[in-house]
Unconditional design. Structure first.
Length: 312
């Protein structure tokens, strides 16, 4: 299925709602944000050149550098499968692996919807020539079916799974759906490491972070795949439905579709592409606690980002 088909299908599947007299199409599924090399590259630009670097990546790297050894000690095994779901270009996995004690052996399984990222992560980890890594096997897979892969990776020698779920990916969609899937894929002894932002001040604040033109540069590729040109749409961000929404306002009358499936956009219609929820620490603990008995929270020095070490 090409990208246009994927987005049109999502538009048709989800339909629209009317908000204050405006037709709003919501296709805020993270699988659409990374489905072409252009989208993946535009995300990397945002990751390297916006608040994302300081507020997410740098904080998570610091936490991984300082805590990987402790997390591994907690496992009580010297051989495990390291699975990163939504691995992107692999900088977090590389940091985790570089911090492993010498006597630990891992099999590394990156899972991502983006074939561009899967190639990058595979090369990055191979090029570490780490004595800790005995196998690398990547999977191009969406969040819908990762549980089948995760459960199939255990072997007699490598029984335990350590799952990385980083970069605030958990709050870029419906949190309980994802936590349910993650916990279902795990057995006693497995560890899930969630890296996520924590809300500390006002609930709805810092909208300007999401109005950064780099978000437009990234998400516009979804609209372009439908056939829109940049002059036919306008990017903005807002708070709605308890989350931040990155959306486009359509400025023209445009028929979009493939085969017999069509949607007629009108000026003023809106298409929501990106969403992000932000929770206070107690809310995250409560939600994660629905699925995991044992949660350790390791916060960064700012208190705005944390690793949640979860066991069933
Ligand atoms: C927010 S980024 C986080 C990247 C990385 N974990 C980090 O911390 O730098 C989300 C990653 O998850 C992947 N992803 C997003 N939605 C996905 C989906 N539905 N299925 C599989 N991977 C997905 C993206 O391709 C991207 O690599």
């Amino acid at each position: 299925m090409n990208n246009k088909e994927m987005v049109v299908r999502e538009l048709i599947k989800r339909g629209y709602s009317i908000r204050n007299g405006t037709k709003v199409w919501d296709v805020s599924d993270s699988k659409l944000w990374f489905s072409t090399p252009e989208l993946s590259k535009a995300f990397l630009e945002l990751k390297r050149n916006s608040f994302y670097k300081e507020h997410v990546d740098d904080r998570e790297m610091l936490l991984l550098n300082g805590n990987t050894k402790k997390i591994v000690e907690m496992l009580g095994t010297k051989n495990f499968n390291l699975i990163e779901i939504g691995c992107a270009e692999g900088s977090k996995a590389a940091t985790f692996i570089k911090n492993l004690p010498n006597n630990v052996k891992i099999k590394f399984y990156p899972i991502d919807v983006s074939s561009y990222f899967i190639e990058q992560v595979t090369n990055k980890i191979k090029n570490l020539y780490s004595p800790n890594v005995v196998e690398i096997k990547p999977f191009i897979q969406g969040l819908k079916n990762f549980d089948d892969i995760v459960t199939s990776l255990r072997s007699a020698e490598y029984k335990q799974n350590v799952i990385l779920f980083l970069g605030s990916l958990l709050t870029m969609g419906e949190i309980t759906d994802t936590l349910f899937k993650l916990s279902n894929a795990m057995l006693d002894g497995d560890v899930l490491i969630i890296g996520n932002g924590i809300r500390t001040g006002e609930r709805f604040a810092e909208l300007e972070k999401y109005q950064d033109p780099l978000f437009d540069k990234w998400f516009v590729n979804v609209m372009k795949s439908l056939g829109f040109t940049e002059s036919e749409i306008n990017y903005d961000a807002r708070f709605a439905h308890g989350r931040v929404e990155g959306f486009y306002k359509v400025k023209v009358d445009k028929l979009v579709g493939y085969d017999s499936k069509h949607i007629n956009f009108k000026p003023g219609d809106e298409v929501v592409i990106g969403i992000h929820y932000k929770y206070y620490e107690h809310e995250l603990k409560e939600l994660i606690g629905l699925y995991f008995k044992n949660i350790e929270v390791i916060k960064d020095p700012t208190g705005n980002h944390a690793l949640f070490i979860c066991r069933k």
